[in-house]
Design a binder for this molecule. Structure first.
Ligand code: ADP
Length: 559
């Protein structure tokens, strides 16, 4: 029993583990795949958005610078040096340009020797007449024709940058130079500063900030980020900055060699992804929980059903075993009874012969005559007993086909009790009968049923010995198609557990050789089985026993 319990526990565990593996592994793989695909797609979307943003800002910057250069080139090419060095005229032209855009702060004309010939702007005193021949930008513009400087503080100590273009006029070259308001560039870059933690700024080719970032450093200093000044084209990178994962998109301008950098905090950008991960985790956990609970419940009910089926099978196996044992023993009993019957007949004949001899005169005169007579009486009595046993054995062995009478079970019980009443009264045993008056008549074998009831009540009287009671109850359950139940209970000592399984075995008896043969219950079992019923016993030591018989209702009509 313990082994079976462990076996079922192990089976349950195996089924649970296997079911969990087969259902959870695909669930986890699915969850993992969905998450990785989603995060890949999401990261791609973020980097794509960043790329578009940085390229967009860079284009705006380039357009702005190109337009300013184009304005200056057009101005230089449509005017002679002679006209532009006239400061009144230059001022007029400058006002016209400024009316369209406030991006120019001042404008100046410089000859090929670096001398500032004419100037219009707020720093006239400081800049008029200054010589730029030794300035880097002067050399660059003379070489390349167009020059855009980095942002610098200059004489005026405010951040600005210049655009200078050259014009060749006969043998001489002159320069038109304008200062640009950095605020406009700042505004263009600022549009790239997204969210609460996003930032955007420009660095020059030496990684010096050309615009003031939100968080990444101070103007004209190196930024507190990786160096993107030498990146080519547009690049997207991630770096951990102060323990925070950060996206960087960098795009280099054509002229000047500035790099626009857009910076995004990954946690801010990825927040929807993290939220999706959180919900996916919760859904996955709930799914795992559902699968686990479902598996355990299903496995439990499956194994319970298995246990029930196995128990029923064990019961029916017991019944089959008992029936086959009875069949084999029946054959053996019939054989033995036949064998014993012949010597018994001879003993009986010889006893009769001896009885006849005792009637002769000379023997009756013998002083042992009385003793001889007693001996023969004993032989006859025991022969009778042997004969009754062999007849019962033969009946058991033949397993006579039952007759089909329409009988009233209550009547048979009442009749049976009349045989045993005297004996019961003698032993001070009360027999109570609670008979269901609505019991239907059934088609069965009256004589055999009587024998069964007789055996059981007789056993009950023997078990009680003296003083006690026997209760006989009949009942009809579940309508006409149901069964008749007969329960015979006694207040005897009960049957010990170790004997319970043996009492229906032939020749099992706890009575002395004179009192019991051990055939009563086995014959009863065989009869009831033949009649299509069942016989079982409930007993507890010290509390008495109850024999329960069911008989099928196969007849019609009511008692
Ligand atoms: P027998 O009566 O000849 O012993 P049975 O087959 O009728 O043979 O009974 C077998 C045994 O079952 C009895 O010897 C007795 O030990 C036990 N038994 C039967 N009925 C009862 C009962 N009502 N109370 C206690 N034990 C019983």
């Amino acid at each position: 029993m313990i082994d079976k319990g462990i076996h079922y526990k192990r089976l349950r565990l195996r089924i649970v583990i296997m079911s969990l593996c087969f259902s959870l592994i695909p669930l986890l793989v699915l969850g993992f795949t969905i998450y990785t695909q989603f995060s890949k797609a999401y990261s791609q979307k973020i980097t794509e958005t960043l790329r578009i943003l940085v390229q967009n800002r860079k284009s705006a910057l380039e357009i702005f610078l190109e337009e300013r250069v184009a304005q200056l080139v057009t101005l230089a090419n449509t005017h002679t040096l002679y006209t532009l060095v006239e400061e009144a005229y230059l001022s007029q032209v400058f006002s016209t340009i400024q009316s369209r855009s406030k991006s120019f702060i001042d404008i100046g004309v410089i000859d090929q020797n670096g001398t500032h010939l004419a100037y219009v702007g707020p720093h006239y005193e400081k800049l008029k007449g200054v010589n730029y021949a030794h300035e880097d930008w002067f050399r660059s513009v003379m070489e390349s024709g167009v020059f855009i400087s980095d942002v610098f503080l200059g004489f005026r100590k405010i951040p600005h940058f210049i655009i200078a273009v050259t014009r060749r006029e006969g043998s001489q070259t002159w320069i038109l130079r304008a200062t640009i308001n950095t605020e406009i560039i700042d505004n263009i870059v600022r549009l790239g500063q997204l969210g609460k933690k996003g930032d955007a700024f420009i660095v020059n080719s030496r990684n010096i900030l050309q615009t003031a970032p939100r968080f990444s450093g101070r103007l004209l200093e190196a930024p507190k980020t990786p160096d993107f000044s030498s990146s080519v084209g547009t690049t997207i990178d991630t770096a951990v900055l102060n323990g925070v994962e950060t996206f960087f998109a960098a795009s280099q301008l054509n002229n000047p060699r500035w790099t626009l950098v857009v910076r995004e905090d990954a946690s801010e950008e990825m927040a929807p992804l993290f939220e999706a991960r959180y919900w996916e985790g919760i859904i996955l956990l709930a799914g795992i929980l559902c699968v686990a609970v479902g598996t355990i419940v299903v496995t439990r009910s499956m194994t319970n059903e298995l246990i029930r089926v196995e128990q029923e099978k064990a019961k029916s196996d017991d019944l089959v075993m008992q029936s086959s044992k009875m069949a084999a023993l029946g054959k053996m009993a019939a054989g033995v009874a036949h064998e014993i019957n012949n010597p018994l007949q001879i003993i009986s004949d010889q006893a009769g012969w001896m009885k006849d001899l005792l009637e002769e005169e000379d023997i009756s005169a013998s002083k042992n005559f009385e003793e001889f007579q007693e001996c023969i009486r004993k032989i006859e009595r025991h022969l009778e007993r042997c004969r009754s046993i062999t007849h019962r054995l033969l009946r058991f062995g033949r397993r006579m086909e039952p007759t089909q009478d329409l009988i009233d079970v209550n009547e048979i019980l009442k009749e049976t009790i009349t045989f045993l009443e005297t004996e019961a009264r003698h032993r001070d045993i009360a027999i109570e009968m609670h008979l269901d008056e609505g019991l239907p008549r059934i088609t069965s074998d009256q004589a055999q049923l009587q024998q069964v009831f007789l055996n059981i009540v007789d056993n009950a009287i023997d078990a009680i010995g003296k003083k006690g009671s026997i209760s006989i109850v009949t009942e009809h359950r579940n309508g006409n198609s149901g069964k008749i139940h007969v329960e015979i209970s006694d207040t005897g000592p009960g049957i010990p557990k170790d004997k319970m399984s043996k009492i229906f075995d032939p020749f099992f008896t706890t009575k002395s050789a004179n009192e019991g043969t051990g055939l009563g219950l086995s014959i009863s079992y065989s009869i009831i089985e033949k009649l299509g019923g069942t016989i079982t016993v409930d007993s507890e030591v010290g509390c008495g026993s109850t024999f329960k018989i069911t008989l099928p209702v196969t007849g019609t009509g009511r008692a």
